[in-house]
Design a protein around this ligand. Sequence first.
Ligand code: AMP
Length: 227
Amino acid sequence: MSIRVLFLGGPGSGKGTQASILSRTLNIPHIDTGSLLRDEIATCSENGKIAKDRIDNGQLVPFQIVVSMIKDRLSRTDCEEGFILDGFPRSLEQAEGFEQILKELNIKIDAVLNINIPEDILIARMAYRKSCPSCGEKYNTKLKPSKQDNICDNCNSALTQRTDDSEETAVKRIQTYKKETEPLITYYHDQNLMINIDGNQSIEKIFNDILNLFNEEKNNDNKKIKA
Ligand code: AMP
């Protein structure tokens, strides 16, 4: 049975962490447009150059770049058993472009999981966020510091900070989220796909809430998620 879900939520809401755990649990790909764009930047592609400027300013990368990137990715065979989208769509325009892709691929979304979290916590999470470039472990210098300053607990690599995780860019990203992405809550609510999750809890508790939803839906006639 294939499962196709989207994660919505402000920058720093923890949707990436939850999407990644869910992807490992269900063994389906986690498709994260932010990471796909950072890969484009790392390879210095033409799209990467355009994306870098937008990302560093807390703005959305142009529609055509993101939509064609997603279309290519969803057309790959590893998505046949389902996928978890994280960070896409991020505007009504993208949601409409996405509908078109879904039609072309003859598939439907099962549910949209919206991680809710207060704005001041979002800023604190982003401004102090660090990660390990080698093993991917995530830290927060205030909320979840590494044992040794700037050194990964798992593999001793030096931790790095995303260039768009400064406090100034964090505030801009939240403004962009409110203006461009928040309207999607109503959009998917109207399609009866929206499920709200309290994101102001531990990673384990949030994931547990998500798994409970999957189990509830399994026993519900009005199924959104058909795991
Ligand atoms: P994220 O890693 O999801 O926080 O995304 C980092 C940045 O990548 C965002 O602030 C945007 O500049 C850009 N980005 C990620 N996903 C999208 C998208 N679906 N549309 C446009 N820009 C995006």
